[in-house]
Design a protein around this ligand. Sequence first.
Ligand code: NAD
Length: 390
Amino acid sequence: MPAKHLNVALLGTKFMGKAHSHAWSSAAKFFDLPGDPVLKVAVGRDKPSLDEFATRWGWEETATDWQHIVTRPDIDIVDIATPTALHCEMAIAAAEAGKQIFCEKPLALDLAQAERMAAAVNAAGVTSYLNHNYRRVPAVAFAKHLIDTGRLGRIFHWRGAYLQSWIIDPTFPLTWHLQAEHAGAGPLWDLGSHSVDLARYLVGEIASVQAVTKTFIEERPLPGADAGTFKSGGGNAAARGKVTVEDAAIMAVTFANGAIGSFESTRFATGRKNANLFEVYGEKGAVAFDLERLNELEFLDATLPSSEQGFRTVLVTEAEHPYLSAWWPPGHVIGYEHTFTHAVADFVKAVCGGSPIHPSIPDGVATMRVLDAAKQSAATGTRVACCGPA
Ligand SMILES: NC(=O)c1ccc[n+]([C@@H]2O[C@H](COP(=O)([O-])OP(=O)(O)OC[C@H]3O[C@@H](n4cnc5c(N)ncnc54)[C@H](O)[C@@H]3O)[C@@H](O)[C@H]2O)c1
């Protein structure tokens, strides 16, 4: 039987718009899927650049009015790849229209918005996915397999650090990422949401958090029209505005299962471009991962005699490793964009009645609860409780 056509509407067409377009185009080519995504409508704001984007990536139509598109009867899937402030309104409108939702992280501006989104998704009974794509790096999914099969035993420590450096230059303009009303927070939301999601996935729910945050550059030039992620877009040296998010955040957490952990989230780690690192230490072993070497997982087996122990590097490219049988022969490495293709493949299976996809929007509420607790902790100087899934 031919796969069911699933018409996709993409909201937002810059950094994530490109990554998602690539994933919608490639998923059904590499994975056997019960549904076939159709790149139906790309939605943005600027018609000329939107048309150019649609032609390049193969979107059939373009539109500048997302409200109309998310209620169109022929649209099956709404893909939200816009700045964070728009996620809540867009996801609720899509859920109420009965659409399946693929949504970028961080989930929302705050916990209250996240809870409203989860309620709308639950009430509508639609499939939702929150794009913490790093769960679908094969090496990370393999770490999850090692932990779930007991190879690390009881977990003692999580050590996470998500380090970037793209706004250290004080002339970098005040893009939406640096304004609380558009982004919710700085790297705590942007990068910390990924790390907290990975910690919840690999270790368990976070019970309490103590945080400190810091803004190093308080004021910046206003941006030019085409400013976006990692891109200055000109700027206007004369007109300046206030930075209303933190530049760096550090958290110390307790997990409900008795482990403890630390997180660093910063855009001021000089020289680090996109270092998403974690280490997990257990009584029987340990794993370590660095996104900048995403085909590799460091694994130490502490059940060996101590004279034989040592971290070894597993090249996670065997057909038996998660997702890899769909790609190339062993050793033919994959990259960042593949994580989005894996997310789309799992999402299509979930939409067509397969196993539920993780994390969903309701699941993302638990991550927002941790981040919200961190914000409160940084403001008050106290440890804040944040236990449990949504
Ligand atoms: N999964 C990841 O690793 C990852 C990486 C980067 C960004 N993100 C997230 O993706 C989202 C988008 O980030 P980005 O880096 O692509 O931002 P961006 O600034 O590069 O692109 C934002 C897009 O949204 C469009 N847009 C803004 N307002 C709109 C409106 N009212 N109607 C329609 N389109 C509108 C803009 O025109 C632009 O095309 C953010 O929530 C961000 O946190 C996730």
